[in-house]
Design a protein around this ligand. Structure first.
Ligand SMILES: *Cc1c(COP(=O)(O)O)cnc(C)c1O
Length: 292
């Protein structure tokens, strides 16, 4: 388990630099964050997009049960929770024996995870764990390499961090300290099972409302809906903007959806209490009653 500076974005390059032994990475394209990973990996080798949900504006997770993975592929990469698009995987792809790499940034520690099924898991810590600027990387030891290409900076080698217990250079003490507090909180409060139950309960309150609403519609296919990020729309862009303005006036922040999706998005990370989701649903209900 490594603590590496540079936030989540640095991992797009580190994954490709460290794991592309044959120079071939397979990517599942499910939205904005997997597109960034793909663009970065292309600088270091060949990228094969083995599945994509671009045809429906990334509103679902494509079927990954029989992917066309070339024999020489080094890994299969997924963004396990697409923060902007609001999708998540409820079952992992069949990687046909290849290493599975997952960006868990916006779902890290939100539910139990069988780490043994992955070669590498990474998460920028700022969504669920601590202050921005750092990533936690969980990497299988056999993927740490001595034979990296010369162009790879020392800091960008996972082995550098592993060999030095994440203390190769001055660490981000503040972020690590805050993460430690959160780890202890989770351990003292029922662990990831308990966190998962809370997150399911929270998300259900919002999804149940959206499913019966005549004004608001969830933007994601039901079976792929994220427990963390909930994008939804009204029938028109103008009304979307009106709801965002009204929500702001009522004391709710950051409900505007990303420009690539439009509409609204409620991010209900670990730290959002159930009461916050209930208050949002009350607000949306009231808005709907007043605007029909
Ligand atoms: C936030 C996020 C990132 C990027 O994190 P930064 O620390 O801002 O670089 C990467 N992937 C996903 C899925 C994210 O949600």
């Amino acid at each position: 388990v490594l603590f590496i500076q540079g936030g989540g974005t640095v991992q797009f390059a580190m994954v490709a630099m460290n794991l592309m032994k044959n120079g071939v990475g397979c990517y599942v394209e499910t939205g904005a964050w997997s597109k960034k990973a793909i663009a970065e990996a292309k600088k270091y080798g060949e990228v094969k997009i083995v599945a994509s949900s671009a045809d429906k504006n990334f509103s679902y997770i494509p079927d990954c049960s029989n992917l066309d993975i070339p024999e020489n592929a080094d890994y299969v990469y997924i963004c396990e929770n697409e923060t902007i698009n609001g999708t998540t995987y409820f079952s992992l792809p069949d990687t046909k024996g290849k290493v599975l790499v997952s960006d868990q940034s916006s779902m890290f520690l939100s539910r139990p995870c069988d780490v043994s099924r992955y070669g590498l898991i990474w998460g920028g810590v700022q969504k669920n764990v601590g202050p921005a600027g750092m990533a936690v990387v969980i990497i299988r030891e056999d993927l740490l390499r001595d034979d990296l290409p010369k162009f790879v900076p020392t800091y960008m080698s996972y082995k550098t961090h592993a060999d030095n217990d994440s203390l190769y250079n001055t660490p981000n003490c503040w972020a690590i300290y805050c993460c430690g507090k959160v780890f202890k909180y989770l351990l003292d409060n029922g662990g990831l099972e308990a966190m998962h139950r809370r997150n399911e309960e929270k998300a259900k309150i919002l999804y149940d409302f959206l499913d019966q609403s005549k004004l608001f519609t969830g933007a994601v296919r039901k079976e792929d809906r994220s427990l963390m990020n909930v994008p939804f729309v009204t029938p028109t862009k103008d009304q979307d903007a009106d709801v965002v303005a009204a929500s702001k006036a009522a004391g709710f922040d950051n409900l505007k959806g990303h420009k690539s999706v439009g509409g609204l998005r409620a991010s209900i990370y670990n730290a959002m209490p159930k009461e916050g989701v209930e208050a949002l649903v009350e607000f949306l209900k009231k808005y709907e009653q007043e605007h029909n």
